[in-house]
Design a binder for this molecule. Structure first.
Ligand code: UGA
Length: 435
């Protein structure tokens, strides 16, 4: 069986490379000619741990093209991994899905199984079928299925190859057999459902995880007001198997290309169907507020931001990726600059993407390393919990700073060690030291 992947972003490219790793011949297609050219030269468009090595290893089973015709003529199953970005009202922009469906239909010459892998609103498969029927030549059979992807950036390969579960929405035994063949070497349970259920499972999972994060952030605020410790609260709650410890890390909120967009889109779906999805509106609001709360903390200690120098550690929306989409760093740096502060920013992988996304400003200095970022700084702001930050030489850093203040937006430092060095240390949702 030959597999095709349309849309070679994070999900698409990992899907293509991982299926090749499982022994399939895979053709990856993207409209971006430069991306295809780079992939043909084994150059990846983003950083993902281990992906480069896996691409190299399986290169003989992978083909890359910008031609929809080539992919449709040569594969038995095609995974749709195109982007579904948000529209101004929060709902998902499905124009790339429509475009791909139309192009597939026009080039169809034998049975094809078209599989949604991108996160899409419920009923998208129905639309794909409708659009396909409009453009497909008579009597050529096709089917649509939903097989949502649950991989995370930064641990994408492991998440793909060793998933907790595989969800498949199908409408026929033929499609079921195809998926059984595709996933025969995976150990995870396969949950077969109808297509709408599969579509909802993906949105519901992301919305639930985002809810966990906003919930613990709400509790973090309560802990700060009362002198309690959110890490202990999360730990103790997490021991309850019904709750679980994961995704209960308080901080400056969730970012990335999925949670912010999916929570808003899922809320819109509920609203459009006349349902009360206001819970998700609160989840989103709590998340949006995290940035202001973080800035307030800085002001509580430094009073005025104007002309203060900030060492900003971490720009990506989380460690293990160079992705800055919806990263809290963008908003925090912007606010500081607007108030007249200076940011000396550093990230091990995301500097280029941040530069591109943020644009130029004479108030930003792109530092060589964490130490360079701290020169004459009034405070270190930790926005991403990269491992190298935890291992820094804080005695050396203290000497370099104007005032030894650390605001830890990710609770990633060893508080005892930092407090011994007499820093003013302000974590999230727990009492720090020196203030
Ligand atoms: C998320 C989901 O976890 C994946 O299962 C899903 O496949 C993916 O979206 C998607 O829809 O494509 P991802 O956005 O890569 O994956 O990253 P996560 O690890 O989920 O983190 C999202 C954000 O939540 C990050 O900004 C992270 O810092 C934040 N977070 C996470 C917290 O603030 N606290 C936590 O306890 C966990």
């Amino acid at each position: 069986m030959k597999l095709g992947v349309i849309g070679l972003g994070h999900v698409g490219l990992v899907t293509a490379v991982c299926f090749a790793e499982k022994g399939f011949e895979v053709i990856g297609m993207d409209k971006d000619k430069k991306r295809i050219q780079n992939l043909m030269n084994k150059k990846l468009p983003f950083y993902e741990p281990g992906l480069s090595e896996l691409l190299e290893k399986n290169f003989n089973r992978l083909k890359f093209t910008d031609s929809i015709k080539e992919i449709i003529e040569n594969v038995d199953v095609v995974f749709l991994c195109v982007g579904t970005p948000p529209l101004p009202d929060g709902s998902a922009d499905l124009s790339q899905v429509e475009d791909a469906s139309r192009e597939i239909a026009k080039n169809l010459n034998k049975y094809l199984l078209i599989v949604e892998k991108s996160t899409v609103p419920v009923k998208t498969a129905e639309w794909i079928k409708k659009v396909m029927s409009l453009y497909v030549k008579k009597d050529i059979p096709f089917e649509v299925a939903s097989n949502p992807e649950f991989l995370r950036e930064g641990s994408a390969i492991k998440d793909f190859l060793e998933p907790d579960r595989i969800v498949v929405g199908i409408e026929s035994d033929k499609a079921k057999n195809i998926f059984e063949e595709i996933y025969k070497d995976f150990k995870a349970p396969i949950i077969f459902t109808d297509i709408e259920t599969a579509e909802i499972i993906k949105h519901a999972s992301n919305a639930f995880l985002a809810t966990k994060i906003s919930f613990i952030n709400m509790i973090a605020d309560l802990c700060e007001r009362t002198g309690a410790d959110v890490i202990k609260v999360a730990e103790a709650m997490g021991f309850d198997k019904r709750i679980g410890r994961e995704f209960l890390n308080a901080g400056i909120g969730y970012g990335g290309s999925c949670f912010p967009k999916d929570v808003k889109a899922f809320y819109r779906i509920g609203e459009e169907l006349g349902l009360d999805f206001s819970l998700l509106k609160c989840v989103d609001k709590i998340n949006e507020e995290r940035v202001n709360k973080f800035i307030e903390k800085i002001k509580k200690i430094l009073w005025i931001i104007r002309d203060k120098v900030f060492a900003v550690w971490g720009l990506s929306f989380k460690p293990g990726t160079d992705d800055v989409r919806e990263a809290p760093s963008l908003k925090i740096v912007r606010k500081i600059i607007e108030e007249g502060g200076i940011c000396r920013v550093y990230d091990p992988y995301a500097m280029e993407n941040f530069k591109r996304e943020f644009g130029e400003s004479e108030r930003i200095y792109y530092a060589e390393d964490i130490y360079d970022a701290c020169r004459n700084a009034h405070a270190i702001l930790i926005l991403t919990e990269w491992n190298e930050f935890k291992k820094a030489d804080f005695s050396k850093i203290k000497e370099m700073m104007e005032t030894a203040i650390i605001v830890d937006g990710r609770n990633c430092l060893n508080m005892e060690k930092i407090c011994k060095l007499e820093f003013i240390y302000i974590p999230t949702g727990r009492k720090g030291c020196g203030y």
